[in-house]
Design a protein around this ligand. Structure first.
Ligand code: FMN
Length: 360
């Protein structure tokens, strides 16, 4: 099944393999697209991937999590982003952009010394940062920023957008009872915690129109005491589907849950696909395509996930850092990725660009 074409919402993918959003550290210091970033996407396209999702692109300067991340918070970025999409389209690739605000996982050093914004002031024990609770005005400003970013994405030629609502960043913080302790329109119970992603989705839809794919990457489980859990996560996805969402990518974890998002040392098939149970739960309630990410390394496991109906599409991050042409290699008969999940590629401070340190 892995190499069967797959179509949804006007996107025609040549296979079921997706490059999950992966920060590249290849934008320049101001967030503009560079030749190095374009070359990476050309390599991935030539490597045979069905759908590419960019690394997290910043919708508002107050949500910066990392240096040299691609930016989309102003019209000045459109021209560079268009160069990126043109390069991919020239090679017949399909490319979506992931839109993000880092919320409480942003760093004051990258915010001109300002406190990171969050639904509530909940101390982050992993970063040792106390964020500031957002005002109502600030919340609406960020919703507008997501909508503006989606408009720019469409103008720049991206085939789709993906809302980053996973891994403890701002959108997922509103959904999580652990990080959202508000008692107003934006929080207090399940219903009100849903309002932020709902308003983000609606504002984006208004900007891009009905015919443009909007996807979401979301946590099925925050993997922290008091966080979002599977049954509520599935309900959220169902509600977004009812609003018109086009696809969902299932992930989990946050900074404070300690490396649960990109688990290390995936060295045997039974350690792979560590969110597959969640994939099955999402698939059982949704009609839109479900992408599954997390620790898939061998073709047999990926086929099994598809055959068992645990996902429609297989998302990969670390294996493609090591082998951007892994889809072509799989098609030619290779069984497993070379990635050993050492997570050296996540040691962002030490790397000039995100790359596989085993190949140095
Ligand atoms: C270097 C690196 C950068 C990442 N950047 C992002 C990102 O920008 N957005 C995102 O949603 N996930 C990001 N992730 C998480 C991956 O998309 C993926 O969910 C996780 O690595 C598990 O998949 P894998 O086992 O195929 O690597 C990143 C992971 C790595 C290793």
């Amino acid at each position: 099944m892995l190499f069967e074409p797959f179509s949804f919402s006007g996107l025609n993918l040549k296979n079921r393999l997706v490059r999950s959003a992966t920060y590249e550290k290849r934008a320049d210091e101001d967030g503009f697209v560079t030749e190095s970033l374009i070359e990476l996407y050309e390599d991935l396209t030539r490597g045979g991937i069905g759908l590419m999702i960019t690394g997290n692109a910043l919708v508002h300067p107050s949500g910066r999590t990392i240096p040299q991340m691609t930016c989309i918070h102003s019209d000045i970025y459109i021209q560079g982003l268009r160069k990126l999409t043109s390069a991919v389209h020239e090679l017949d690739g399909v490319i979506a952009i992931q839109l993000t605000h880092g919320g409480r996982q942003s760093f004051p050093i990258l915010l001109g010394g300002n406190d990171p914004l969050a639904p509530s002031a909940v101390y982050d024990s992993s970063t040792k940062i106390m964020p500031r609770a957002m005002t109502d005005t600030e919340i609406w400003e960020i919703i507008d920023a997501f909508a503006d970013a989606a408009r720019r994405a469409r103008i720049a030629g991206f085939d789709a957008v993906q809302i980053h609502s996973a891994h403890g960043y701002l959108v997922s913080e509103f959904l999580s009872p652990y990080t959202n302790r508000r008692d107003d329109y934006w929080g207090g119970d399940e219903e009100r915690r849903f309002h932020f992603p709902e308003e983000v989705y609606k504002a984006m839809r208004k900007e891009v129109g009905e015919d443009y794919p909007i996807m979401i990457k979301m946590n099925a489980d925050d993997l922290i005491e008091g966080g979002l859990r599977g049954d509520e996560a599935v309900k959220i996805a169902v509600r977004l589907e009812e609003l018109g969402l086009d696809a969902v990518e299932v992930s989990g974890g946050m900074y404070e849950s300690n490396r649960k998002t990109a688990q290390p040392d995936i060295l045997s098939p039974d350690e792979e696909a560590y969110f597959r149970n969640h994939g099955r739960a999402f698939k059982s309630k949704l009609h839109i395509p479900v992408m599954l990410v997390g620790g898939m390394r061998s073709r047999t496991v990926m086929e099994d996930v598809l055959q068992k109906g645990e996902a429609d599409l297989i998302s990969l991050a670390r294996p493609l850092i090591r082998e951007p042409d892994l889809p072509n290699k799989f098609r030619e008969g290779k069984e497993g990725a070379d990635c050993i999940s050492c997570n050296g590629c996540m040691d962002f401070g030490k790397l000039d660009v995100v790359e596989c340190i085993q190949l140095r």
